[in-house]
Design a protein around this ligand. Sequence first.
Ligand code: HPA
Length: 274
Amino acid sequence: MIPNEIKEAAAYLQSRIIDNTTIGIVLGTGLGGLVQKIDIQECIDYKDIPHFPVSTVQGHSGRLIVGRIGGVPVLAMQGRFHFYEGWSMAQVTFPARVFCLLGIKTLFVSNAAGGLNPGFKVGDVMVITDHINMFGTNPLIGPNMDEFGPRFPDMSQTYSQRLVSKALEIGKAENLDLRTGVYVGTSGPTFETPAEYKMFRALGADAVGMSTVPEVIVARHCGLEVFGVSIITDSGVPGEIVEVSHEEVQKVAAAAEPRMTRIIEALIIDEGKK
Ligand code: HPA
């Protein structure tokens, strides 16, 4: 059974989104600049959407942006919910389920992450090819919402190989120097100890961050195609580890933003040609 809260939020938004919108975007760290590429039709504050989580911690609650990128209708979340803020997994993933009911078919996500692969450098942009869930929980725990997807969802191709290939083609053509790799998601809010960075590398990850995995699991459960990118904002490679702060993460992310934005913009315009 789909909870009424999700249905009511979707019903409220249904008449306000552009017909045939199939692209959803989570404007995470590094994608703030994508807003400038959106031909905005309407902004809807989270606080006006029934049952939508509303952050009281930050100055503003966040908003949904209805508009077009290169003529292609999109629905973009400006402001996301992190598990470390104290939201439940159901709240963190609520928007992804609403997106699904609204007919979104492809989800674009971005984040900031610590680099684990010794071949990466700070400022690199990594296309996510797979993830490891180290949140210690899973957003699908609990009664299964059969209308969205199966009890035991397949995760053999979580990040669309089709979109990864396209992104790499675009990256090559435009000299964006993209990396690819596995993202490990952890609750935070602490950054990792050197021993934890080493452990995550040993587990097979190339980058570590505190978001994305919950939304992506839920998106895949309801059959959305997913594309994700990380900005490597600091290094967790032994010998390169220095003190890291949120401010430093934001600064590096802002510098990498144009490359990140370009990839997503080009992919979305390409998707519109389908
Ligand atoms: N670890 C976890 N999350 C992060 C990091 C990191 O090093 N950098 C940016 N987000």
